[in-house]
Design a protein around this ligand. Structure first.
Ligand SMILES: Cc1cc2nc3c(=O)[nH]c(=O)nc-3n(C[C@H](O)[C@H](O)[C@H](O)COP(=O)(O)O)c2cc1C
Length: 445
């Protein structure tokens, strides 16, 4: 396969305003930032100044883990969050180039509402909207929407496919030139240029048309995430951006990349229509030593209760143990426990003589779906370049360890080098998010 893109796409994920567990305790993390529009607009403006492609709002519509004995959620900052589309609408008013990607679930939101919200965001932002489609795996959400069972993944994804078809059908309700608004004749729109969807399916009955005129992109950008066969198929069929859960494993990332691109080709799609972007959390210094010191500062802010909570699913309750003793050998887990993760983590802890504190510091670095990189700007830039050049990534979704410092470090330490290597833009071109993701492609009208 030849390289499809000459430059990376970069997104900034602002969901938690910091993906390290201790993010909110960093001195520069604004007080109560999760409920501060300023914190989000500042992040979006900074990303726009850096010429990023988009800001990204993930979403779970629930306070998770309220009664989970392993988690004391009173120590976590992302229990509260703004609704993505509301926040992005406000951000759209104070930015003019950056893409605005928001998560909306097909399990809990009817497709007409999704089509209307995202098209409205596209209109008010002049063509910068993206929809991150999720099927909602979290059991905590279903309790808020009166849904009994979400465990049937086939059904969740079948519903999502039908919802996407309906949403895209609604976005095609009007020809781009339907609204003549001819004051002389008195005709506002041309009836010939209106299509009524009339959808009757397994999950939805939606007549249409959409009561939003065609938005600047026509088709707002489609985004999805996930690793299972269902998620890969959805990406191959519909996504323009696939947020890849590749955990820093280059070989796995290449397999994932090739699989989704070839499935997309099977759907008759051009490989330039789909960007595969792994998530990554960098902790960056001018040197490796400086990066390690920044990492240490974050680790020192992990509350031990948070640490014990992280260890609980792997090894049970360790809160009676001394934090600075090594992980007891007697805790060796069953090889199948948590799909083998617990055992491989245990083996590493034994090999490297980790204390209980060091064990949870490792777990606090990340979640199973992104890679954490700690190192000098040069080593991080080298890794990004390697992944980009060897069919593992078409760019990245940056998950800062904390805001604003983690992002500022990326902009001042890594971005200049990426630009020197010709791997990232210095100026915006085109006007819509879709045009930027696929340079030289014409905007769908
Ligand atoms: C990188 C990444 C980001 C995700 N973001 C969200 C999100 O914001 N909201 C949500 O409900 N699910 C989110 N998910 C979950 C996926 O939509 C999917 O339900 C989950 O990954 C399980 O499917 P899988 O086994 O295919 O990965 C995300 C998954 C990944 C890998």
């Amino acid at each position: 396969m030849t390289q499809v893109f000459s430059q990376m796409a970069l997104g900034l994920s602002v969901y938690k305003l910091g993906y390290h567990r201790a993010a909110w305790r960093m001195p520069d993390f604004p007080q109560n930032a999760m409920m501060s529009l300023d914190a989000f607009t500042d992040a979006a403006r900074a990303a726009e100044d850096a010429k990023f492609d988009f800001v990204f709002f993930a979403d779970i519509s629930a306070v998770e883990n309220l009664e989970n004995p392993a988690r004391d959620i009173s120590l976590e900052h992302y229990v509260v969050k703004l609704d993505p589309i509301v926040a992005l609408s406000a951000i759209s008013a104070v930015t003019s180039h950056i893409g605005l990607v928001g998560t909306v679930s097909t399990t809990y939101t009817p497709p007409y509402r999704i089509a209307r919200q995202i098209a409205s965001l596209d209109v008010i932002s002049h063509g910068r909207a993206g929809w991150n489609v999720v099927t909602s795996y979290s059991p905590y959400e279903r309790q808020n929407f009166g849904v009994e069972d979400i465990s049937n993944i086939d059904a969740r994804y079948a519903r999502a496919h039908e919802a996407i078809d309906v949403v895209q059908g609604l976005w095609n309700s009007w020809d781009p030139d339907a609204f003549v608004a001819d004051k002389t004749s008195g005709q506002y729109f041309d009836r010939e240029k209106l299509s009524i969807l009339g959808h009757e399916g397994d999950y939805f009955s939606v007549k249409g048309p959409l009561d939003v005129a065609p938005s600047p992109q026509g088709m707002p950008v489609m985004v999805s995430a996930g690793d299972s066969p269902w998620a890969r198929e959805m990406a191959a069929k519909y996504a323009n951006i696939q947020y890849a859960p590749t955990q820093g494993d280059l070989a796995k990332a290449q397999e994932y990349y090739r699989d989704i691109k070839s499935k997309a080709a099977g759907h008759g799609r051009d490989p330039r229509d789909l960007r595969i972007l792994p998530g990554f959390m960098p902790i960056i210094g001018e040197t490796d030593v400086e990066a390690a010191a920044k990492h240490r500062a974050l680790k020192d802010l992990i509350h031990p209760k948070t640490g014990f909570g992280l260890l609980m699913p792997l090894f049970g309750d360790l809160s009676k143990h001394n934090l600075d003793t090594t992980l007891p050998r007697s805790l060796e887990p069953d090889p199948d426990h948590m799909r083998g993760f617990a055992k491989s983590f245990f083996d590493r802890a034994m090999a490297e003589n980790w204390t209980i504190r060091q064990c949870y510091e490792h777990l606090a670095d990340g979640e199973p779906w992104f890679m954490t990189m700690v190192g000098s700007a040069k080593s991080i830039t080298d890794t990004l370049e390697e992944w980009f050049h060897c069919e593992a990534a078409d760019g990245f979704n940056l998950l800062p360890d904390h805001m604003p410092g983690g992002f500022t470090d990326f902009v001042s330490l890594v971005l200049p080098d990426l630009r020197r290597r010709g791997l990232f833009r210095t100026e915006y071109s085109g006007t819509t998010l879709r045009e930027r993701l696929r340079p030289n492609a014409k905007t769908l009208q």
